[in-house]
Ligand binder design. Structure first.
Ligand SMILES: Cc1ncc(COP(=O)(O)O)c(C=O)c1O
Length: 436
C-alpha cells in the first residue's frame, strides 16, 4: 500500500539530522559482519553500574510497595505523577531557593516531546498569518531540533562567532549578539546548555542577555538542560541553572540513566506550562508513570543528585581528558584542527579548518579504518546561510572505552594528516585490519 500523505505526513515520515545518519551507521555495522568497528558515534549513555543499581533498587522498592498498582494499573493526571512532581518541586525549591508550585511543572514522555509541543504551539504561523520563528541563538546545536516543527521554515538558527582563545588547537563558539534578533515575531528561543554536540556551556551572562532580549516581547526562552545540573550534572565547568519569568527550564532524565523510560520535565511560567500540557493531553494523555515513580524515589532521597555528581560527571569528564591526551599525542601539530572546549555533555566536537573534503567524506574515510564518528552538518538545523564551517566538523562520543578512543584518534590523525598533506581525498588503507 502507498497511502497518500499530507504535507505534515510527508514531512514527519522522513528522518532528519543524525537519525538519518544513524541509519547509515547501523547498516555499516550490520554489513561489517565480523569486522569490529570503533563506534564513536553513540548517543546512548553508558550503563554505569552504580546508576543501574540505583534504578534497580528504586524499582525493587516500588514493586514491594502498595503504590505499584496505582502506578501501572491506572491512568493519571496529564501533568504528571503527583509524587514525582512533588519530589522535583521540593528539590528545586530547596536547591535554588525558588518558590515553584505544581502549576509550574509538566512531565513529558522524554524532553524531545516537550520541544515538539513547544515548536508547534509557539512556533509556526499565527492566526494573523505571521510566521513565528523558533530562534536557535547559537548554531550548531542539537540535531533533534531539526525535526520538531511541522513548519520547517519556522526554524531560524544564528551563526556564532569563533573564539580561538590562547590555547593552541582549542576554540569556543559564542553567540553573535550583533546579529541575533529576538522580536515580536519570535515564537520562542531554544538552546541546549551544556550543548549537544559541542559541549559548550553558554555563560550565565550570555543566558541573561538572551533572556533580557526576549522578555520585552513576551517571548519564552527554553533552556534544554538535558546535560545540566542537578541531574545528570554533566557540566565540567561552573554553571547555574537560570530561572526567571520568561524562562522554561527543560530537564531530561535520559542521561541520568533512564533513556528507556522517557522522562522530560518542563519547569516554567504557569501559562506556558498550561499550553504545553493541553498539547500533551491531546497527543498522548500523559507520560508513563512507572519511570516517574522510581525517579520520585531517586530524587526524593537525594541519591540521583549525588550519583550525578560523584559518578556520572566524573566518568564523562575523565573520557574527555583521555580524548584530549590522545589528540595531543597523535594529531599533526601543524594542521589547523581545533577541539571545542569541553565544558560538558557526553561529546567532543572537532573542527578542521580548510578541510580539503567535506565532513561526510571524512566520515566515509574513517569508516574505512573501522572508526565511526558523526559528520557535523546535521547539527546546524535552521541555519539559513551558506557557511563552509558546517562541513568541516565531526562529533565524537565520549561513551567509548579509553582504548577505543585512543585507537580511534590514531586513525583520525592518519586520515586527517593525509588529507591536509595531499589537499585531496586521502587513500583508503589497503589492509585496514593491519593498521588496527
Ligand atoms: C540536547 C538534547 N536535548 C534533548 C534530547 C532528547 O532527550 P530525551 O531522551 O529526553 O527525549 C537529547 C538527546 O540526546 C539531547 O542531546
Amino acid at each position: 500500500m502507498n497511502p497518500a500523505l499530507t504535507q505534515f505526513g510527508d514531512q514527519m515520515s522522513h528522518l532528519t539530522g543524525v537519525r538519518a545518519i544513524m541509519k547509515d551507521i547501523i547498516e555499516t555495522l550490520r554489513a561489517g559482519q565480523g569486522k569490529t568497528f570503533i563506534n564513536l558515534s553513540a548517543g546512548n549513555p553508558v550503563i554505569l553500574p552504580e546508576v543501574e543499581k540505583l534504578w534497580r533498587d528504586c524499582t525493587a522498592e516500588l514493586l514491594a510497595s502498595p503504590e505499584y498498582g496505582e502506578v501501572v494499573c491506572r491512568y493519571g493526571s496529564s501533568q504528571g505523577y503527583e509524587p514525582f512532581i512533588e519530589a522535583v518541586l521540593a528539590d528545586f525549591n530547596q536547591r535554588y531557593g525558588l518558590s515553584l508550585t505544581e502549576r509550574n511543572l509538566l512531565i513529558t514522555p522524554g524532553s524531545q516531546a516537550l520541544y515538539f509541543y513547544a515548536a508547534n504551539a509557539l512556533g509556526g504561523y499565527a492566526a494573523s498569518g505571521q510566521l513565528k520563528e523558533i530562534v536557535l541563538p547559537l548554531s550548531p546545536d542539537y540535531t533533534g531540533y531539526g525535526g520538531v516543527s511541522l513548519i520547517p521554515e519556522a526554524l531560524r538558527a544564528y551563526k556564532p562567532t569563533i573564539d580561538l582563545g590562547t590555547e593552541p588547537h582549542r576554540f569556543k563558539y559564542r553567540p553573535d549578539f550583533s546579529q541575533l534578533e529576538i522580536t515580536e515575531n519570535t515564537g520562542f528561543v531554544l538552546f541546549s546548555r551544556p550543548c549537544n554536540p559541542t559541549g559548550n556551556v553558554l555563560t550565565d551572562e550570555e543566558v541573561a542577555r538572551i533572556a533580557a532580549l526576549a522578555k520585552p516581547h513576551n517571548v519564552p526562552v527554553l533552556v534544554d538542560s538535558a546535560y545540566a545540573p542537578p541531574y545528570p550534572a554533566l557540566n565540567f565547568t561552573e554553571m547555574t541553572p537560570v530561572f526567571g519569568d520568561n524562562m522554561v527550564h527543560c530537564i531530561s532524565l535520559s542521561k541520568a540513566g533512564l533513556p528507556g523510560e522517557r522522562i522530560g520535565i518542563a519547569i516554567g511560567d504557569e501559562a506556558v506550562i498550561q499550553v504545553l500540557q493541553s498539547f500533551q493531553t491531546n497527543l498522548c494523555i500523559h507520560s508513563s508513570r512507572y519511570g516517574q515513580a522510581i525517579a520520585a524515589r531517586a530524587i526524593g532521597s537525594g541519591a540521583l543528585g549525588a550519583i550525578a555528581e560523584t559518578v556520572i560527571r566524573p566518568h564523562y569528564r575523565g573520557k574527555f581528558t583521555v580524548l584530549e591526551e590522545n589528540l595531543e599525542r597523535y594529531m599533526p601539530e601543524s594542521a589547523p584542527w581545533y577541539l571545542h572546549r569541553g565544558e560538558g555533555a557526553i561529546f567532543a566536537w572537532l573542527w578542521f579548518d580548510e578541510l580539503p573534503v567535506t565532513d561526510w567524506e571524512l566520515y566515509q574515510q574513517l569508516k574505512q579504518y573501522g572508526v565511526i564518528v558523526v559528520p557535523g552538518e546535521p547539527f546546524f538545523p535552521g541555519l539559513k546561510e551558506d557557511w563552509l564551517h558546517t562541513k568541516q566538523c565531526i562529533r565524537i562520543s565520549l561513551t567509548a572505552t579509553d582504548d577505543e578512543i585512543a585507537t580511534g584518534v590514531r586513525h583520525l590523525a592518519t586520515v586527517v594528516s593525509d588529507l591536509y598533506r595531499q589537499g585531496v581525498a586521502a587513500q583508503t588503507p589497503v589492509e585496514v585490519a593491519q593498521s588496527r
